[in-house]
Ligand binder design. Structure first.
Ligand code: PLP
Length: 455
């Protein structure tokens, strides 16, 4: 198609992350110019329902006046200071206090970053630091899961369990990052295996991995309560219960990556609460500011903080931190965002409308292209398959997911193709009527995709 001048400039000048260049060159970029509520508008005047909340993050939608005012006010009062070497600022203090009260785990202190990747990177360093400090330098390996998504820095990409993040970069890095089985019943259960039996088998896999490596070499296990960027995978029944029992046997910390599930997405304030996880620490980002500014955070437990205090034998300090970690504007936005979540009972609101969202999502399992419709709270995934009966996937070279996403976008809905799984994760402020609008558009787009596939 003939591209607009701004699209041509984009193609000439930008490297886009995670962009399938073969389909991108055909379709060109969608340049968004404004947003209001759950809708965004592009440079050609097309309006879309943002069905992925940006990138799983714009929980309160676009154009929230309170947040805009908060950012302006903070920038006009104190646009920057940092947290290094004894400096501090009020928004960071207030936000840390608030997160301590809210977190689903014991928290001594909060450490701020600028992103989810940096949060998980910091988790890795904290675990290593802690075990060095307590005289267990051999306890350094971290276990994550196949299909996990924990970010893209060298350490967090190593935790990530997706081939795309490893190939071409020689990752995972070194021998400290291990991956255990993916808890996706539809894809990996044996014929006739119940969810409970599948969970028990995954716990045995984890136990075997720990024993193969040596329990004394494993520092932590990290998991998203519901896997997001790996394809929206809801764990099978009983999964976290049996996994936690294995970890407890071997003194292995549980880090919950709440970057997507934090702040109401599953109908509880944190995903850990919805799934019976009792983490030692959590990673946060995305909805922490409802994406009005970049910010990430990790919680630090008392034993880990105690280890950081013991500097008597060392010259240095905890040698880790980001110039913009806990930036005053981001932190002020975090404080205001959390105030709004609590005032509006956002998690309760999600719990109330989730049954409708899930009912409409799961009704799509009757669609000829859909192998599995899965989800929880206000997040969902539709796995498109070539053959529903055998679960045969499409040839990846057909780019069915990416092409379906383009057709769905033509119907006025933005979603995210993850391979051939369609990810859906609207702003938490979506109304019941807008849920209908979302699924009506999705249905039309899937029908068009089916026609394309059968052609
Ligand atoms: N962890 C999870 C669960 C995520 O979904 C993401 C991003 O999608 C990240 C970490 C990385 O966050 P960021 O892109 O802010 O670095």
């Amino acid at each position: 198609p003939p591209f607009q001048p701004d699209q041509q400039e984009d193609i000439a000048s930008l490297v886009h992350p995670y962009t399938n260049l073969s389909t991108f060159r055909e379709s060109g970029p969608t340049i968004l110019t404004s947003g209001e509520g759950v809708y965004v508008t592009d440079s050609e005047g097309n309006r879309y329902l943002e069905g992925l909340a940006g990138l799983w993050c714009t929980a309160l939608g676009y154009g929230n006046e309170e947040l805009i005012e908060t950012a302006k006010e903070q920038l006009s009062t104190l646009s920057f200071t940092h947290l290094f070497g004894g400096k501090s600022h009020e928004p960071a203090i207030e936000l840390a206090e608030k997160l301590k009260q809210m977190a689903p785990c014991p928290v001594s202190k909060v450490f701020f970053t600028c992103s989810g990747s940096e949060a998980n990177d910091s988790q890795v360093k904290l675990a290593w630091y802690y075990n060095n400090a307590r005289g267990k330098p051999e306890k350094k390996k971290i276990i994550s899961r196949v299909k996990a998504y924990h970010g893209v820095t060298i350490a967090s990409a190593s935790l990530t369990g997706l081939p795309n993040n490893h190939l071409d970069f020689d990752l995972p890095y070194g021998d400290r990052f291990l991956h255990t089985s993916c808890p996706h019943h539809y894809r990996f259960a044996e014929a006739g295996e119940s969810e409970l039996d599948f969970s028990a088998r995954l716990a045995e896999d984890l136990d075997a991995l720990i024993n193969r490596e040596g329990p004394d070499t494993i520092a932590a296990f990290i998991a998203e309560p519901v896997m997001g960027a790996g394809g929206v995978i809801v764990p099978p029944e009983g999964y976290f219960e049996v996994i936690q029992a294995v970890l407890a046997k071997y003194d292995i910390l549980f880090i919950a990556d709440e970057v997507i599930t934090g702040f109401g997405r599953l109908g509880t304030m944190f995903g850990s609460e919805a799934l019976g996880i009792e983490p030692d620490s959590i990673s946060l980002a995305k909805a922490l500011t409802s994406a009005y500014a970049p910010l990430g955070a990790v919680t630090v437990s008392e034993p880990v903080y105690e280890a950081m205090l013991d500097e008597s034998e060392k010259i240095g300090t905890f040698g880790h931190g980001f110039t913009y970690g806990g930036h005053p504007m981001s932190a002020a936005l975090g404080v205001k965002t959390l105030e709004i979540y609590e005032r509006e009972n956002i998690a309760g609101r999600v719990a109330k409308i989730a049954p409708k969202f899930q009912a409409r999502l799961k009704a799509l399992s009757d669609h000829p292209l859909v192998g599995e419709a899965r989800g929880m709270g206000l997040i969902g995934g539709l796995e498109l398959v070539a053959d529903k009966a055998t679960k045969q996937p499409f040839d990846p070279k057909q780019f069915v997911g990416a092409k379906a996403a383009a057709l769905i976008q033509k119907e006025g809905l933005i979603i995210r193709p993850i391979g051939d799984t369609i990810g859906i994760c609207p702003p938490l402020i979506i109304t019941e009527d807008q849920i209908d609008e979302l699924f009506d558009a999705l249905h039309r787009g899937l029908d068009a995709a089916e026609e394309m596939v059968r052609r």
